[in-house]
Design a protein around this ligand. Structure first.
Ligand SMILES: Nc1nc2c(ncn2[C@@H]2O[C@H](COP(=O)(O)OP(=O)(O)OP(=O)(O)O)[C@@H](O)[C@H]2O)c(=O)[nH]1
Ligand SMILES: [Mg+2]
Ligand SMILES: [Zn+2]
Length: 303
């Protein structure tokens, strides 16, 4: 129990965790594990899944009264140039790719760079290995990611292959599953959390949402400790608040070279004496990663 600001009637404030941000309100998990649909005070500002809050009981719903301090926040661009929160208090971003739909490595880099910018750990999850006919093609790219220090897990939500290893990577942390629509983020969540279907349906019904597509991020507690956020495929986060320098830093293997360029304001494109380009020529930096870096700069309208 806690008290609100002085001057207002004293209310019972309860601790809670935002487990989903639905169209109509916030799903807040109380300390006893029950989920209450809440609305939030307008002056609270953006609230995200993963946020810890203080809330009060109203008639048949609750009201989020206060946001507790967060240690991280991932954002994405919203309508009208506004920044929207994706998830708070994350430790790790798990980027999911699959043989189908075709892997979009530019998107993988984008998620990884945004995570790096927020100092979050990154793991790469290749789902649907049961469908992986040309494993070699994907393996080559994975080798690059392994070399720069990202753990890569080959799994199948369908057959259960590789899931034990993935579980140990997720243990004790708050991770978000992100990636293109259809790669199997929700299927993986289902497999990792046997009770998940029920909760989703219950919540979706309460909020009047359909139950087949992932429309909003949802947080679940893992049986072995730690939590997992299943997010919709459209939640491409991160680049909005990043500069060209931030993006270069977000390619973690570029970092040792960045201070060795001839000019302080080197853009690492056609600049003279660019240490990064030299490293690409020498083969110490993967050319495909560098090419995607340049593409992302373009996508961010930074070149
Ligand atoms: N063969 C195979 N199919 C899978 C596997 N995992 C998921 N699928 C299928 O892939 C399709 C998409 O799976 P979802 O879990 O809905 O994908 P998602 O990433 O949550 O998609 P969004 O919510 O739209 O972002 C479904 O038809 C699943 O049955 C797998 O390991 N193997
Ligand atoms: Mg989904
Ligand atoms: Zn340079």
């Amino acid at each position: 129990m806690a008290t609100d600001r002085p001057g207002r009637p004293v209310e019972d404030l309860l601790e809670g965790l935002i487990v989903s941000h639905l169209g109509q309100g916030l799903a807040v998990e109380g300390v006893d594990g029950t989920i209450i649909l809440c609305h939030s005070r307008r002056q609270l500002g953006p609230v995200a899944v993963g946020d810890r809050v203080l809330w009060s009981k109203q008639e048949d719903q609750g009201r989020v009264e206060q946001l507790l301090p967060r240690h991280s926040l991932l954002t994405r661009p919203g309508h009208g140039g506004r920044i929207r929160p994706v998830a708070a208090n994350l430790d790790q971003v798990a980027v999911v790719v699959a043989p189908e739909p075709d892997p979009d490595w530019l998107l993988v880099d984008q998620y990884a760079a945004a995570a790096e910018h927020r100092s979050l750990a990154v793991i790469i999850v290749i789902n649907k290995v049961d469908r992986l006919r040309q494993r070699a093609g994907i393996e080559d790219t994975l080798e690059t990611f392994r070399n720069i220090g990202y753990p890569c897990h080959l799994v199948s939500a369908k057959t259960g292959e590789g899931l034990d290893e993935l579980k140990s990577s997720l243990k004790g942390r708050l991770s978000i599953l992100s990636g293109q629509s259809g790669v199997g983020k929700s299927s993986l969540t289902n497999t990792l959390l046997p009770g998940k279907n029920l909760k989703t349906r219950e919540l979706s019904e309460k909020a009047g949402l359909g139950r087949h597509t992932t429309t909003s991020a949802m947080l679940y507690h893992l049986p072995d400790g730690g939590s997992l956020i299943d997010s919709p495929g459209v939640a491409v986060f991160g680049l909005a608040e990043m500069t060209a320098q931030d993006l270069a830093q977000g390619y973690r293997e570029f970092r040792p070279f960045l201070q060795h360029c001839q000019f302080n304001d080197c853009r690492h494109l056609k600049d003279k004496g660019c240490a990064l380009k030299e490293a690409v020529t020498e083969g110490s930096i993967d050319g495909a990663r560098y090419d995607r870096f340049v593409k992302l700069l373009g996508k961010m309208h930074l070149i």
